[in-house]
Design a protein around this ligand. Structure first.
Ligand code: ADP
Ligand code: F6P
Length: 340
């Protein structure tokens, strides 16, 4: 109040217009372990600034259906260690239409939501970008097990998912070795190969099939390598196949037919998305959640939070969405070298 007395009337009006009283938070797209930690941090940081917090259930779908609840500090108790997202999430086609986006912005206005924290992937950020165009202040937090967001080296949920997949693949390896089999294991990642690359290195796989390298895939060379591997005395052959490459079941059949080596396919599927978040996911998600509110309090909005070179960073949402991400060719080469 004291500061306002010194301002010109126009400036006071602008300031009031700009002031954030209520923050909304939603999770969108695929759930990811650590999303609860991020929501909790948004809620408690916002409350510490005397703001009101509204939780939106089931992403943009819930926003359009007005599934909006008030959130208190106690509503987020006992959530940091839980997988999934207690606000639930969804994929929502209507949000891709101008009509849907206008309606979503109008609903934010109706519920007094001045700023919205969107926890999700690139698709969810595209939704936030549209809302920003209609005057809703937005902050995007990177939440996806796929690690496929260009402006950040870390996404909420990747660490848990990659550890879950790694442990599952260790188990497949035990039985693969016992039977001297070839095992092809498919991990998630949509069009990106990060989960596959990391698991491939962490599990000591003989081959990693990445969507980014799909055009160079030589099935004949793979068959030869599997036979050569057997001659070298190895007791199994582990292939990590990315979801974006696919064809796992048929590839297993073709390998068995061509090599005469028993081959089994395992598709890990949605178990990779669940489970209690790792320490890293809890800590990074908590930090990013708090940072979302702090940015808003500093008058910064329509931004995406990321993590690069040991620092938490933020980018303009348009800039973040225009960035392109490349998988590390160096890491991929190392994975091949270590499969000797
Ligand atoms: P992610 O956020 O993990 O990338 P999706 O791509 O499924 O997951 O996007 C989540 C949701 O974000 C979509 O169901 C849709 O509601 C919204 N969305 C995606 N792309 C756009 C877009 N171009 N414009 C507006 N909303 C979008
Ligand atoms: O984006 C996360 C993810 O789990 C991807 O790895 C996968 O392609 C997709 O979501 C699966 O989506 P759904 O849960 O709708 O089957």
């Amino acid at each position: 109040m004291g500061d306002m007395e010194k301002m010109e009337p126009k400036q006071v009006l602008d300031d009031l217009e700009d002031r954030i009283r209520t923050i909304g938070v939603l999770t969108s797209g695929g759930d990811a372990p650590g999303m609860n930690a991020a929501i909790r941090a948004v809620v408690r940081t916002a409350l510490s600034y005397d703001l009101k917090v509204r939780g939106i259930r089931k992403g943009y779908h819930g926003l359009l259906k007005e599934e909006i609840i008030d959130l208190s500090a106690r509503d987020v108790s006992d959530t940091i260690q839980r997988g999934g997202t207690f606000l639930q999430t969804a994929r929502c086609k209507s949000m891709r239409t101008t009509e849907g986006q206008q309606k979503a912005a109008a609903i934010c206005k109706k519920y007094g939501i001045d700023a919205l924290v969107v926890i999700g992937g690139d698709g969810s950020f595209a939704g936030a970008q549209k809302l920003a165009n209609y005057g809703v202040k937005t902050i995007g937090l990177p939440g996806t097990i796929d690690l496929d967001i260009a402006c950040t080296e870390y996404t909420i949920g990747f660490d848990t998912a990659v550890n879950t997949a790694m442990e599952a693949i260790d188990k497949v390896r035990d039985t693969s070795t016992s039977h001297e089999r070839c095992s092809i294991i498919e991990v998630m990642g949509r069009d990106a190969g990060y989960l596959a690359l990391w698991c491939g290195i962490a599990n000591g796989a003989e081959r990693i099939l990445l969507p980014e390298e799909k055009k160079n895939f030589d099935e004949e060379a793979l068959i030869k390598d599997i036979l050569e591997n057997k001659r070298r005395g190895k007791k199994n052959y582990i292939i990590i196949n990315a979801e974006g490459v696919g064809d796992t079941i048929n590839l297993a059949k073709r390998i068995e037919q061509a090599t005469g080596i028993e081959t089994r396919a395992t598709i890990l599927g949605h178990m990779q998305r669940g489970g209690s978040p790792t320490c890293k996911d809890r800590v990074y998600a908590s930090t990013m959640g708090a940072m979302a509110v702090e940015l808003l309090m500093q008058g910064k909005y329509n931004r995406v939070v990321g993590y690069q070179a040991g620092q938490y960073v933020d980018f303009d949402i348009n800039e973040a969405l225009s960035m392109k991400k490349k998988i590390s060719a160096h890491q991929y080469e190392i994975s091949k070298l270590l499969a000797l």
